[in-house]
Design a protein around this ligand. Structure first.
Ligand SMILES: *Cc1c(COP(=O)(O)O)cnc(C)c1O
Length: 229
């Protein structure tokens, strides 16, 4: 098996171990392989090792790889980076999911294009749980009103919330971000009953902790593919 294949197996084993520690079923945690900056050949190796979800943050790069890998019809692309409104068409053409929804203007553009294309799009709302000015996403206290407004856009199917935790050596600070996201999600679930279940949280450095705090999707790049250039 390829080196990437070995790492996929290793990460899956770590996900399973973290689930066992938390008394959770590993089937509840989706592995999203973050393939940004990696060539299509690397995506292909991860696909051969069983990965079906791939995350990209630059739409030009997504377009190139989706073209090169269009034969893999059960591969799904997830957009995990900020989307400029003039790039909404690429999302509608190629993505199965957008995890970084952060504005109603973008929601409106996507909704209009989705209607024209006759499809829907699963969305997660990105929340800035760390308070860092450099991170995109809504403030936790903005999310409920945003979710309410989102109901106007029927082609967008709300699935949950996404966050990038504080990069910290202190697990308590990282966990506080995950707890914030789970709390906001719980409020949405109380209000809407369904549709806001997903918690996309946890990256290479913190996915075990995220799973302990209820993550349903871990976004993993460097642990699968090595350090990015
Ligand atoms: C790059 C990226 C990741 C993956 O980060 P790693 O530390 O390489 O696992 C996860 N989520 C988002 C939003 C990213 O941009």
């Amino acid at each position: 098996m390829s080196e990437v294949g070995d790492r996929v197996d290793e990460v899956r084993a770590q996900i399973a171990a973290a689930c066992a520690d938390a008394g959770r079923d590993p089937a509840e945690v989706r592995l999203l392989a973050v393939s940004k900056t990696r060539p299509s050949s690397t995506v292909r190796e991860a696909y051969d090792a069983g990965c079906r979800w791939f995350g990209e943050n630059r739409l030009q790069e997504l377009r190139e790889k989706a073209g090169e890998l269009s034969g893999l019809t059960d591969l799904s692309w997830s957009v995990i980076g900020h989307v400029q409104r003039n790039k909404a068409a690429v999302v509608v053409d190629l993505a199965a999911e957008l995890q970084s929804l952060d504005s109603l203007e973008l929601a409106a553009d996507l909704d209009r294009r989705l209607a024209a294309a006759g499809r829907t799009l699963d969305v997660l709302v990105q929340v800035n749980t760390s308070g860092e000015a450099t991170k995109s996403g809504l403030r936790p206290d903005e999310v409920e009103a945003f979710a309410e407004s989102l109901q106007a856009y029927g082609r967008l199917v709300p699935k949950g919330l996404m966050t990038i935790a504080l990069p910290s050596e202190d697990d308590r600070e990282v966990a506080a971000c995950f707890e914030t996201l789970a709390r906001v999600r719980d409020r949405l679930r109380d209000r809407y009953g369904s549709g806001w279940d997903d918690l996309s949280m946890g990256m290479s450095g913190d996915f075990r902790l995220a799973i302990a705090h209820g993550s349903t999707c871990v976004r993993i790049g460097s642990a699968l593919f090595g350090p990015r250039a």
